[in-house]
Design a protein around this ligand. Structure first.
Ligand SMILES: Nc1nc2c(ncn2[C@@H]2O[C@H](COP(=O)(O)OP(=O)(O)OP(=O)(O)O)[C@@H](O)[C@H]2O)c(=O)[nH]1
Length: 345
């Protein structure tokens, strides 16, 4: 195996990566969508947005791969960033640089790789948009152009995101180390610590804007059976897909967290209970349809949702508790349904 050399401008490249503040960030619903389309368009097992950090490659977005990062020394993308255009390996077994790479010899058994370098506005290479498959194959001229075009969309989106106010606020509020500690490794959503961090911020935003803070608890139904019947890895895949679907079902400024196990909590600013229940229903439907994909097989999954509006004078902890009780009612009432915790306030 041949590890990639460092780019001649590695120091500036790392600085650019730090400046963009892309490492250890939660999954982004728009990039999720784009890479999902790429996966279907190119009919490959895995699509990644991979960022090349000092000693690791970190997957900012991943479709069809469980790993969150790998050491840089075995990274294909570390080779790809040395090129101007895509690095395409049609069959890793025939390439001395990769034939005995652990990710070729073991899971995910990479045979085909195509990585299009991603540049920032100053031309620094941050990482790649890459396609991976366990079968050898090529990329024709048209597919190479499509990959280039998609990478351009990713680059454009990252630039816009970088300059957006939201990113500014996130950066101001959290250091990278803090943010990393608040991310759930399996789903790339905020974890419970993240949820508790954002709760007072969302509460303050509600007061500032005159909106109400809605709290939604979403729990997958009979999830234990998924693990029991299909195995823990399949359960993890269902959690991953559920996380993506829930993120896509709400607005980017809403907070989506994994509260633990198979329970998700969403914080959303809304006008009233009608709007909150619409979001709850959207979340329920997002899990139910279409069926979850499990390595070719399909699995029906439903979720129950309990929601509450933070009442005037109420603590966020009490409102969370009421939303949790509403979830309990939804479960008791037959599951695959939404319940709202009414108050007289
Ligand atoms: N695969 C996987 N399973 C998990 C994870 N965290 C928790 N679980 C499983 O989630 C299941 C939750 O089971 P229960 O609390 O009984 O709930 P349930 O089967 O979903 O039933 P209801 O919530 O009552 O509809 C347990 O089997 C846990 O082992 C995880 O990270 N990965």
């Amino acid at each position: 195996m041949l590890s990639a050399e460092l780019p001649h401008n590695e120091v500036q490249r790392q600085q650019a990566l730090e400046r963009q503040d892309l490492l250890d960030t939660p999954a982004d619903p728009y990039l999720d969508t784009l890479t999902r389309i790429a996966r279907e368009l190119f009919a490959v097992r895995t699509v990644l947005i991979s960022l090349i950090d000092n000693d690791r490659q970190w997957f900012m977005i991943r479709q069809g791969l469980e790993l969150a990062e790998t050491p840089r020394c075995i990274s294909f993308c570390a080779h790809a960033i040395l090129q101007d255009d895509a690095l395409v390996i049609e069959d890793t077994h025939l390439d001395f640089r990769f034939a005995d790479n652990p990710v070729v010899l073991q899971s995910p058994f990479i045979r085909f790789y195509a990585g299009q370098p991603l540049h920032d506005e100053d031309g620094q290479t941050l990482g790649t948009l890459c396609l991976i498959d366990p079968q050898p194959r090529g990329l024709d001229v048209c597919e190479r152009r499509q990959l280039r075009d998609m990478a351009q969309l990713v680059e454009g989106y990252l630039r816009l995101r970088h300059s957006s106010r939201q990113a500014e606020q996130l950066r101001a509020a959290l250091s990278r180390a803090q943010r990393k500690a608040m991310l759930d490794a399996l789903t790339q959503l905020w974890n419970r610590a993240g949820l508790l961090h954002f709760l007072p911020q969302q509460q303050a935003a509600a007061e500032r804007t005159g909106l109400r803070l809605g709290l939604l608890f979403c729990d997958l139904d009979h999830f234990k059976q998924v693990n029991d019947r299909h195995g823990h890895a399949a359960g993890d895949q269902v959690l991953w897909q559920s996380a993506r679907r829930l993120s896509a079902a709400v607005r980017p400024q809403d907070v989506v967290a994994r509260n633990g196990g198979e329970e998700f909590v969403i914080l959303a600013l809304v006008h009233d209970s009608t709007e909150l229940l619409q979001i709850a229903e959207r979340m329920r439907l997002a899990i139910a349809e279409p069926a979850m994909e499990l390595d070719g097989a399909q699995l029906s999954q439903t979720a129950s949702v309990g929601c509450a509006l933070l009442a005037p004078g109420e603590t966020a902890a009490d409102a969370l508790e009421r939303a949790d009780q509403a979830l309990y009612r939804a479960k008791r009432g037959g599951r695959n349904r939404c319940e709202f915790a009414a108050t007289d306030k």
